[in-house]
Design a protein around this ligand. Structure first.
Ligand SMILES: [Zn+2]
Length: 282
């Protein structure tokens, strides 16, 4: 498999050669940054954990150079931060027993540049080699430009593939903006009640970001708990952890669907839901 950047890294925690390591992948997450996968795609990591026939693969697009830094990392150069973030992401891949981890090493600006085809071409190559059934990426209503840029690259990569090479499902997951606002009919729910120890461990390895001043570990576990409790207003909690996703599959089944209109329809359904309630009760 040929990736555009020679500095891209492929890490296989159990040491299998790259080709068979990728080929066994059934669930693939593609994120902008180191740590996003563990925040947004815990469900498929757990689903594949310790399974012989289910394997989780992770792809991180950016190089980590622009990461915020504080505490013991305060004086780190961009290259030193890059190294630390790669190291942390490898640790998560080992804890989560990923089939393979690919870090493509692009600067953020390449991901935000809609005219740069290279990241999409790399993602398409990876999907061709891995043939995952399910792909997870950022949701289109995220408020971080690099995250939305990543979702665009993933959609365009999958659209470039012949139909038989495309995954069955594409999910847009929660990082910078949760998906509680979507109407319940639009929500894909992932039950994260089990193995909260493992979920926490996957988040805790990203010390450079957490001790750098952002408690992503507590916030992410708290969000899962909040999603579980606030999902259903009548009745008791069915789960103790839940994450939401936007189903982006229509965009890969029908490449003619405009991405912006697709997202606006979700927002309109939310708008109507709120307005209908006000009309009914006012
Ligand atoms: Zn991110």
């Amino acid at each position: 498999m040929k990736l555009h950047l020679s500095t891209a890294e492929i890490f296989v925690p159990d040491g299998l050669p790259i080709e068979p390591a990728l080929r066994r992948t059934t669930h693939l997450a593609v994120s902008a940054h180191q740590d996003d996968i563990e925040i947004m795609a815990a469900a498929p990591i757990l689903e594949c954990f310790q399974q012989e026939d289910l394997w989780f693969g992770g792809v991180v697009l950016t190089d980590g150079r622009g990461s915020p830094r504080d505490g013991i990392y305060k004086d780190y150069t961009d290259e030193a931060m890059r190294q630390v973030r790669f190291k942390e992401q490898r640790k998560a891949a080992s804890i989560g027993e990923y089939a393979a981890l690919l870090m493509l090493d692009y600067p953020s600006k390449a991901i935000k540049d809609g005219s740069n085809p290279q990241p999409s071409e790399d993602i398409a190559e990876i999907i061709k080699a891995a043939h995952p059934n399910f792909v997870y990426t950022h949701n289109l209503a995220d408020k971080h430009d690099t995250h939305v840029g990543t979702a665009f690259k993933v959609i365009s990569a999958i659209r470039s593939l012949p139909e038989e090479e495309r995954p069955q499902k594409l999910f847009g997951c929660e990082v910078w903006r949760d998906l509680d606002w979507m109407v319940d009919g639009d929500k894909i729910t992932f039950d994260l009640s089990e193995q909260q120890n493992l979920q926490t461990a996957l988040l805790e390895v990203f010390d450079s970001q957490i001790s750098g001043g952002k408690r992503y570990d507590l916030a992410t576990m708290g969000r899962r708990r909040a999603n579980a409790t606030y999902f259903e207003s009548h009745g008791v909690d069915m789960t103790t952890g839940l994450s939401f996703a936007m189903d982006l599959t229509p965009l890969i089944i029908s490449p003619e669907i405009e991405i912006i209109s697709f997202l606006q329809e979700h927002i309109q359904r939310f708008g109507h839901d709120v307005a209908d309630r006000l009309t009914r009760l006012g």
